[in-house]
Design a protein around this ligand. Structure first.
Ligand SMILES: [Zn+2]
Length: 384
């Protein structure tokens, strides 16, 4: 098994909001997984197939975008573009989670077609990683007419999520929520004004009756619910609170301030809600992290945990952390050249988007020098 040592790490962000920073300057990767996190110590005397000298850069988990709308492979019909997922990879995103293949032209409306679409997307992205990125595709678009047998079949065939996006009677939505729980699916519910024709304009009453696992883009997608409605959903449900870049920024700041005050950070996950009408935003996860840290008391290392470990833990992804046993999906980042700040966390605090120097997925280097971020202050060295 190939072994990679990453040494001279300046700052290590764990992905775990319980302890976002680790006292460590090195990690060891064996094959596709992290096998050691700690001080270099006597690690250096051993022989490795690959040694990466991080030159004091920051090591953090690869970003997990909790909210994307894929269609097929790396083609997105709405902005008529191919290859966009590789661009997000160059921003440090290593996993993306579908919130429904809603952009597919001629999207089916009936139960059979919607099931087929979810199964197809789940399985095709299982078999194929666009540009190396782990896309969790296949989120069932829920309309009226599904049975519990449908949920059982979908679960058996690899579909892990259902999304309430279209108008639906709350009692049917509530039934779907209990079937989702019975068959190991997560139920995501659109929170906000209507985003697509026939789509939900969410009210707190609907959400409180349905009780989904995820309050999808609680800061709006792109239109936010009124502030009192948002507060009710935070207070009266236990659902995950998703914040997205392409939502309402004012609502995002109000939500993060409330969550910080009330010590509810473990419920927060971050996504871009792209590709959509808002476009394709390869550095979008960083823009969201910088928005939240720039306009609230959220610390940069904690914001990174919301974009990595929190999402991984909720969806059971096996990545999202820099710790023993986690998949080696990671980033080496730095302050961009010319930034007022000395390092990655300082850059975020100063409002600068970090420079991505290297990205690894399952222990393989997939980006060496990002085509999308600014160049780093430091220069890392790969000794093979
Ligand atoms: Zn969306």
């Amino acid at each position: 098994m190939e072994r990679t040592l990453i040494k001279n790490v300046g700052t290590l962000v764990t992905g775990d909001i319980g302890s976002p920073l680790a006292e460590a300057d090195a990690i060891l990767i064996e094959g596709s997984h992290i096998s050691y996190v700690g001080m270099t110590g006597n690690l250096e005397s051993s022989e490795y197939e690959r040694v990466i000298d991080a030159a004091g850069m920051t090591l953090l988990p690869g970003l997990i975008d909790s909210h994307i709308h894929p269609a097929i492979g790396e083609y997105t019909p709405m902005q008529n573009m191919i290859g966009y997922i590789g661009s997000y990879l160059h921003g440090g995103t290593t996993t993306m989670i579908s919130n429904g293949e809603v952009l597919l032209p001629g999207q089916p409306r009936g139960v059979d077609g919607l099931k087929a679409l979810a199964i197809f997307a789940a399985q095709s992205y299982q078999n194929y990683r666009p540009s190396g990125v782990k896309v969790r595709g296949g989120t069932l678009l829920l309309r009226e007419g599904f049975s519990e047998e449908d949920f059982a079949e979908l679960s058996r065939l690899g579909v892990r999520r259902g999304k309430l996006l279209y108008e639906i009677k709350p009692e049917i939505g509530a039934r779907y929520a209990s079937w989702a729980r019975n068959h190991d699916l997560k139920l995501l519910m659109h929170c906000g004004g209507t985003s697509v024709p026939g789509g939900l304009s969410t009210t707190p009453e609907q959400v409180l009756k349905i009780r989904p696992h995820v309050l999808a883009h609680l800061n709006g997608g792109p239109t936010a619910m009124p502030p009192e409605a948002i507060n009710t959903l935070i207070d009266e449900t236990r659902g995950m609170i998703e914040l997205v870049l392409c939502g309402n920024p004012r609502a995002a700041i109000a939500i993060i301030a409330k969550v910080l005050r009330e010590d509810q950070l473990e419920r927060v996950i971050l996504g871009t809600d792209t590709p959509t009408g808002s476009g394709i935003i390869p550095l979008g996860m960083w823009q969201l992290i910088n928005l939240l840290t720039g306009f609230s008391d959220l610390k940069p290392e904690v914001a990174i945990c919301l974009a990595t470990g929190n999402t991984a833990r909720f969806y059971g992804l096996g990545s999202g952390f820099i710790r023993e046993g986690s998949a080696a999906d990671l980033i080496l980042a730095d302050a961009p050249a010319g930034s007022a700040a000395p390092d990655t966390l300082g850059a975020i605090a100063a409002g600068d988007i970090p420079a991505i120097a290297l990205v690894m997925i399952d222990g393989e280097i997939v980006v060496e020098g990002s085509r999308n971020s600014s160049p780093p202050k430091r220069r890392l060295k790969i000794e093979r």
